[in-house]
Design a protein around this ligand. Structure first.
Ligand code: NAD
Length: 339
């Protein structure tokens, strides 16, 4: 069994992925700037190595003895990516280029990039890995740039794969209520109905956090010939779902009536993705459902192992707070005063 470096391992997907790697017998090192703290790894911290650090100045030593790098560290959604566009490009594009280059230099065998289906933007039809991309935000643009920069690094000694993940849902140890299924479940818990963005017919692809984590391991364990310099959409054709249907599934999961209120102007942004390639090439299938995720989140809100009001669960608001603190600290240092 090899050793895996997970950048962003304390994050939403990372903290589930690290546990899955441990279950499968892999050794794990995490490199994370810990923007959301370290609570997500608390109960397994003695079983892994944790390096608090920034991918933008990662050193070669971080990659020593590592067989595979799973590169998840990033500013992780569209609105957060717009808070400071230059920082988003520095981290999500240049930072991840640095990780891939250093991994190759250090003799790491495999590098797996956490990319996103958001790279397709909004388009008609069913989008495959061969479809033209349409990055509409800084976050999506950075994914496009980094894919193009790292895939060509793949050769017979260094296997590079990009995973374009669907929108993820389900409980994880750094919780995100800014993801649609999680947020809808939480808002029903709070309000007794869903708040739905008009008009509910928009299509989006979704995947459970345990399934997307398993996809990283499937790719790591696959024959190099099948995955080197390849892009895979990660999700399931059955989970291209319209927002109204999502509400119905969550209601079913939590065993409550489907009550909702509309908000906003009609959202015309819609896209559907084909997940045939990963299924055909690697036999990858998703196992976990929206209903199952919804009831787990509901039960955890009820027994208070999840807190709907935890500010760290709203990624953009949390990054905004950190930027604000950062500015205040600079101000304090300049003026020599403590606020
Ligand atoms: N969650 C989704 O729905 C989804 C969908 C598609 C793609 N992705 C991608 O998957 C990856 C993981 O997403 P997530 O939902 O776990 O996000 P997350 O925000 O929960 O986790 C990201 C982690 O990266 C760390 N990080 C951020 N900048 C860093 C830096 N400069 N150096 C070191 N660490 C840094 C953060 O501290 C955090 O722990 C991201 O690349 C994201 O863009 C996520």
């Amino acid at each position: 069994m090899g050793k895996v470096l997970v950048t962003g391992g304390a994050g939403y997907i990372g903290s589930t992925l690290v546990r899955l790697l441990l279950e499968k017998g892999y050794q794990v090192r995490v490199l994370d700037r810990l923007f959301f703290g370290i609570d997500s790894l608390e109960e397994i911290k003695d079983k892994i190595e944790i390096i608090k650090g920034d991918i933008r100045d990662a050193r070669k030593e971080v990659f020593e003895d590592i067989d595979t790098v799973m590169d998840l560290a990033a500013i992780s959604n569209d609105p957060s990516g717009e808070l400071d566009k230059q920082k988003t490009l520095d981290i999500n594009y240049l930072g991840r280029c640095r990780v891939a280059h250093l991994a190759k230099l250090a003799g790491v065998k495999r590098y797996i990039l956490a990319s996103s289906c958001s790279i397709y933007g909004f388009q008609e039809g069913e989008l495959t890995e061969k479809s033209k991309v349409n990055p509409l935000t800084t976050y999506a643009e950075a994914n496009y740039l980094v894919e193009n920069a790292v895939l060509p690094l793949g050769d017979k000694d260094f296997c590079v794969t990009a995973l374009r993940q669907a929108t993820v849902f389900g409980f994880s140890y750094r919780m995100r209520f800014d993801l649609v299924v999680n947020g809808m479940t939480g808002s029903y818990f709070k309000l007794g109905y869903f708040n739905l963005l008009r008009d509910g017919t928009q299509w989006r692809p979704h995947i459970h956090v345990k399934d997307t984590a398993r996809a990283f391991i499937t790719v790591m364990e696959a024959d190099v010939d099948k995955v080197n310099r390849e892009i895979f959409n990660v999700g399931s054709n059955d989970f291209n779902i319209q927002i109204l249907e999502l509400g119905e599934k969550i209601s079913k999961g939590i065993g409550k009536p489907f009550e909702f209120a509309w908000y906003g102007d009609p959202d015309k942004r819609s896209y559907r993705v084909s997940f045939d390639k990963i299924n055909r090439a690697l036999g990858f299938e998703t196992k976990h459902t929206i209903e199952e995720a919804a009831i787990e989140i509901w039960n955890r809100l009820e027994d208070k192992t999840l807190d709907w009001n935890d500010p760290k669960t709203r990624t953009v608001n949390w990054y905004d707070t950190l930027i604000d603190w950062n500015l205040r600290i600079k101000y304090i240092q300049r003026d020599g005063e403590i606020l």
